[in-house]
Write a protein of this length. Structure first.
Length: 351
């Protein structure tokens, strides 16, 4: 690839889930419950969260998801023995729905509801539930504090990354490539690394809401349908709380089609990482960036550059992954595919 090293931060096995999202959900819930409990909050730990849950009593957790956030919330509810409702988009892959059920179906007293989102725009259960806690990772006017806490929880990844690179004898990264959905993970990366590491974001080409917003200079919506196999990144509008960081501190954004994913999945497989499509998007985006002279110049990439990509998700849709790889997955090295996937050039943007 013409760089010094490429490191992969593997998030395919976080707390028994194939993605990192429970980090944000658990930290945000701890913050929500400490505010409700008032004075003398317990420690910011799992034992502290259990103490708060016992003190406050069972609550229903409610969220909406098109990726792994809902699964993280469901698992968290299951671990606490609380009920949970997860709204999913119409057309969500059956395998993803089954895994949400596995994530939240067990545990003491875990009652479950899974609903498709209503196209009329109505939100939430039909009857109001005053004990419910809405735990969303995206924001809208009047709902902005909790998504900030979700982003704070994601910073765990980058604190770990610093420690792991040091333990492995690696240098601090020069470039970090991060997946963008609504932008919460990218915002966490910016908060941790701004001014020290160059930062590039990756989006699906038909859900490139951050790239479109950067070009417009304001938040814009990219209407669906968003059909990428990178389901966790199929988001049409950036988070309002993440947007100021994304606008000011991303060095580049690349939007890619699904055809960039297969070589990246194979490379990760050769390294012993079973990545899903969203998880492989970081390496796929790096491939697209490094195939562009313009991007290499903007990001100051050279033969000694140290790069980190995030593998944010394991296999959550096996059928979709098999369709993507098809009969071409013959076990041979994908080196010849570098920078030249079928389907044309990526969309590039540098703020």
């Amino acid at each position: 690839m013409g760089v010094g090293t490429v490191w992969v931060k593997d998030e395919t096995g976080r707390l028994g889930l194939p993605a990192f999202k429970i980090l944000g959900a658990s930290w945000a819930l701890w913050r929500m419950l400490t505010e409700e409990a008032g004075s003398h909050p317990p420690s910011a730990s799992w034992d502290g969260l259990l103490e708060l849950a016992r003190r406050i009593g069972p609550r229903r957790l409610v969220t909406a998801t098109d990726g792994n956030h809902g699964r993280g919330v469901a698992r968290l509810a299951s671990m606490l023995g609380w009920p949970c409702t997860v709204f999913v988009p119409l057309g969500t892959a059956p395998a993803r729905i089954r895994r949400h059920r596995i994530g939240g179906g067990g545990g003491r007293g875990g009652r479950w509801r899974l609903r498709p989102s209503r196209p009329t725009g109505r939100r939430g259960p039909r009857r109001s539930d005053p004990a419910a806690l809405l735990l969303s990772d995206t924001s809208w006017p009047g709902y902005e504090e909790v998504p900030v806490w979700v982003t704070e929880g994601y910073r765990t990844i980058f604190a770990e990354l610093d420690e792991q690179l040091e333990d492995a004898g690696g240098d601090a990264p020069d470039l970090l490539v991060v997946q963008i959905g609504v932008g919460s993970l990218a915002a966490a990366a910016i908060e941790h690394y701004r001014g020290r590491v160059r930062l590039a974001g990756v989006e699906p080409i038909d859900a490139a809401c951050v790239l479109a917003s950067l070009r417009a200079g304001r938040i814009v919506n990219v209407p669906g349908p968003h059909r990428s196999l990178m389901a966790g990144l199929n988001c049409g509008t950036p988070s309002r709380t993440a947007w100021p960081l994304l606008r000011s501190h991303l060095d580049a954004v690349v939007a890619i089609g699904d055809e960039w994913l297969a070589p990246a999945i194979r490379w990760l497989g050769e390294a012993g990482i079973e990545a899903g499509e969203t998880g492989a998007a970081g390496l796929a985006g790096l491939t697209a960036l490094l195939g562009s002279d313009r991007a290499r110049t903007v990001l100051d990439v050279g033969p000694d550059t140290s790069v980190v990509v995030l593998c944010t998700e394991g296999v959550t849709d096996p059928d979709g992954r098999r369709r993507l790889l098809g009969d071409e997955d013959d076990g041979e090295s994908p080196d010849d595919d570098f920078g030249r996937p079928p389907g044309g050039d990526p969309a590039l943007g540098d703020p």
